[in-house]
Design a protein around this ligand. Structure first.
Ligand code: ADP
Ligand code: MG
Length: 332
């Protein structure tokens, strides 16, 4: 299970009663949960028409499942798994959707000086966090690093093709794909006329509008170490909020914590942060920026987040200190 519940949405108790009187009208609240994207995904919709909400929720989940089947490394039928299995030594055509996401990822790699890099696949396999994890030999890390690095990924925009310039390369969209799936689901809800909803994919959250009758949703960010305690509550509307932390997928060897956010430049888990929370216009962006800032560490990470338009964030550094891009803008 991946990152479920890093962010809890406060106020569900009130919201989850079947009917909510708000804005002078009655709002039905429809809530549905499914296991998909390797995590618990929950969609909550506030809308006066219960049938419409139910139908919109189903369509949104169908879309998330479609995206998962397109991008997942765990599904051998997915386009990404197929590309990885082929080795892509020759230029290989991919769907427009996959190409667009790879181009977005490439832009984020460049802007983050290689901290975010979807070619980390060989390292992700080596650390085997999905099977509980193990510390690889130095030589194995060194040899995986020869198959890692976005500069070895050739994207031909005109032809819509992808080519791996080194042997053994593997793309892993684990740090952006979940956010992308959430954005697609949000687009489905919007086109169904839903104006008030929360899509929460194990901590990758997209808010449509605000809570019925209020002008925000209250989002609770968990403390990376004292998991039962809130780090902070944020009142947000019509935005995405994502947290990357070292406390969801990790194992300990003695006092050392090994976790799933890897520094693509060293092949080791990034050491400078405990968690990074990002608020951004879209969830795919927030997902990737959070991973990038985590790897960059508090100083560079804060500078990086501040350089992104419409983006704010909170970094918890290795000592547990909180750093904000702009505390006031985040309503504190
Ligand atoms: P979560 O998986 O908890 O949502 P992230 O969004 O930070 O957390 O994504 C971490 C996942 O992304 C890892 O499990 C791995 O598949 C992949 N990954 C790890 N390090 C990086 C990195 N530096 N750049 C891009 N992807 C990464
Ligand atoms: Mg991420």
């Amino acid at each position: 299970m991946n990152r479920a519940g890093i962010l809890a949405v406060v106020g569900f108790e009130i919201l989850s009663c079947a009917v909510l009187a708000a804005c002078g009208g009655k709002y039905e609240v429809h809530k549905e949960t499914r296991l998909v994207l390797g995590t618990v995904v929950e969609i909550t919709i506030g809308h006066p028409d219960r049938d419409l909400a139910r139908m919109a929720s189903k369509e949104a989940f169908d879309e998330i499942e479609r995206v998962d089947a397109l991008l997942s490394n765990h599904n051998p039928q997915s386009e990404i798994a197929g590309l990885n299995a082929s080795g892509a030594a020759e230029a290989t055509a991919v769907s427009e959707e996959v190409f667009a996401l790879l181009e977005r990822a490439e832009g984020i790699r460049v802007a983050s000086a290689g901290a975010f890099d979807v070619t980390v696949g060989p390292l992700v396999e080596l650390w085997a966090f999905d099977q509980g994890g193990r510390v690889p030999e130095d030589a194995a890390i060194a040899s995986s690093l020869a198959s890692v690095g976005g500069t070895r990924l050739e994207l031909d925009e005109k032809a819509g093709t992808v080519r791996f310039l080194a042997e053994g390369m593997k793309i892993d969209l684990g740090a952006i794909g979940k956010g992308y799936a959430v954005d697609r689901a949000a687009a489905i809800l919007e086109s169904a006329g839903i104006e008030s909803a929360i899509i929460d994919a194990g901590g990758d959250i997209r808010l449509l509008g605000s809570r019925p009758g209020k002008d925000f949703w209250r989002i609770r960010v968990k403390h990376p170490r004292k998991v039962s305690r809130p780090l902070v509550d944020l009142d947000l509307a019509e935005t995405a909020i994502v947290t990357s932390g070292d406390y969801e997928r990790f194992f300990m060897v003695g006092e050392t914590r090994y976790h799933h956010i890897l520094d693509p430049r060293t092949g080791m888990p990034a050491r400078l942060c405990q968690s990074v929370t990002v608020v951004a216009p879209d969830t795919a962006g927030a997902d990737a920026y959070a991973t990038a800032a985590f790897v960059l560490g508090p100083e560079e990470g804060l500078r990086y987040l501040r350089s992104l338009p419409g983006v704010e964030g909170i970094i918890v550094d290795a000592k547990g200190e909180l750093l904000w891009t702009d505390e006031e803008k985040m309503g504190q």
